[in-house]
Design a binder for this molecule. Structure first.
Ligand code: ATP
Length: 411
């Protein structure tokens, strides 16, 4: 079995602390070809901790514990780890001396009990140095050969201790188990990404796909996993996906706004936005990107009809006839922005974010998105099945995706 991670601390279970240590460890261990096969989040409870450490050590050759190494009586990890390992605790005198000096510098006196608690380690274990706090960690070996690593819960201590000491040791002592490669697919819903991925990987045993939707980023990531050493299989799997998804496939971590900006830069075109129901959210997303001013001219947020007329030149008669939430209005907003903001490329949106304002033929979640590229306008009618926040979020990513597809289709 792969690596097991035990995150200890009642605060993790009562909604007070987000378990960022697991995310951190998962990211770094994955990057070196290791696999976390189970995570435990445990309260500061003696019996539960002891049972969990024993079971994990029986099943896995590497078990990593975070939390419960502090000076207070509810910090139980060290002594329970020693019990699980079947060894006594010993005082690590150099550590005690270091903590004494630290406390003296902070004018903390009469702390001998707390100092000794933190300097006790399971007998036979190695110290994982903590230059960022007081309690050190330990690298302990169980009788069956499995390794138990104890680290503090405080992320600003755990992170550097793990990167500087534990990670190199794992690299040296535990050969990689798997190889992974993740790609980002833009413009397709998860179910379709899965269907096409399975089709592309048909006949490639040993290449396991997994999917992770990043709704807010408008993409679906596909992670391919093979056994360590099967690099050729992995390369073949990635090549199959590249062939299947073509220009919709990009390296993991690619942002939609970055793709758009790069494309516009390459063509020397400028972009403007005309937003109603997103209230500037598209512009906000674009301007998160440094250097976007090279291509982004700016945008108009026209919520009220009179501003759609005054700032974007949407004709009053059009608004009377079709309403503000209409394909005609979205197109007029896009054409108005192109002319008034001097842009070759525009994205405009108008819709009903809710919860009120829906009608039978235009229910809440109806959003019209227009994209204009060099005078050609494409308008889509969308129905987003979410609350106000969700409708606005989906509108932003769909608008950027529609623009990306429109640009791809423009020579
Ligand atoms: P300390 O010396 O501070 O007592 P410790 O090893 O005993 O260190 P904990 O007391 O378990 O660590 O946790 C200290 C703080 O670290 C917690 O208040 C919490 O904010 C944070 N923390 C603990 N575990 C995690 C975790 N898994 N992910 C993120 N933060 C955590």
């Amino acid at each position: 079995m792969g690596i097991q991670v035990l995150c200890i601390g009642t605060e993790l279970l009562v909604g007070e602390t987000t378990n960022t240590n697991l995310t951190f460890l998962g990211g770094l261990l994955t990057a070196i070809g290791q696999e976390i096969t189970r995570e435990w989040a445990l309260p500061d409870d003696r019996a539960l901790m002891l049972a969990a450490i024993r079971q994990a050590l029986g099943e896995s050759e590497l078990v990593i514990c975070s939390g419960g190494l502090g000076p207070t009586d509810d910090d139980l990890t060290r002594e329970i780890a020693a019990e699980a390992l079947g060894v006594p605790m010993t005082l690590h005198e150099p550590t005690a001396e270091r903590i004494r000096e630290l406390y003296a510098r902070r004018n903390l006196t009469n702390r001998e009990y707390r100092i000794r608690r933190q300097a006790l380690i399971p007998a036979g274990s190695e110290i994982v140095p903590n230059d960022w706090g007081t309690a050190p960690g330990s690298w302990c070996r169980a009788a069956n050969g499995s390794v138990l690593v104890l680290l503090p819960g405080v992320p600003r201590e755990l992170k550097p201790m793990f990167t500087s000491f534990v990670l190199p040791r794992i690299r040296a002592e535990f050969p990689p188990r798997v190889r992974r490669h993740t790609v980002a697919i833009f413009g397709h819903p998860e179910a379709l990404v899965e269907e096409r991925t399975l089709k592309a990987l048909n006949g490639m045993p040993g290449v396991e796909p997994a999917y992770s939707v990043k709704t807010e980023a408008g993409k679906c990531e596909v992670r391919l996993t093979v056994k360590a050493g099967d690099d050729d299989r992995l390369a073949a799997g990635v090549a199959a996906l590249e062939h299947e998804f073509g220009a919709d496939l990009h390296p993991a971590g690619t942002e939609l706004a970055a793709l758009l900006t790069a494309d516009l830069k390459a063509r020397g075109w400028h972009l403007a936005t005309a937003e109603s129901c997103t209230g500037g959210g598209i512009g906000q997303q674009l301007t998160e990107l440094p250097g976007v001013s090279a291509v982004y001219r700016g945008g108009v947020v026209a919520y009220h009809n009179d501003l759609k007329q005054a700032l974007l030149g949407v004709p009053a008669a059009l608004l009377d006839r079709h309403g503000a939430v209409s394909a005609e209005c979205a197109e007029a907003m896009a054409r108005g922005a192109a002319a008034r903001l001097a842009a070759e490329v525009v994205v405009s949106v108008t819709g009903i974010a809710g919860p009120d304002g829906g009608t039978a033929d235009k229910p809440v979640g109806t959003v019209f998105i227009a994209t204009l590229v060099k005078d050609e306008v494409k308008v889509t009618r969308n129905q987003f099945p979410h609350d106000r926040r969700g409708v606005r979020g989906r509108t932003i990513t769909s608008a950027l995706n529609q623009l990306r597809s429109h640009l791809l289709a423009t020579p």
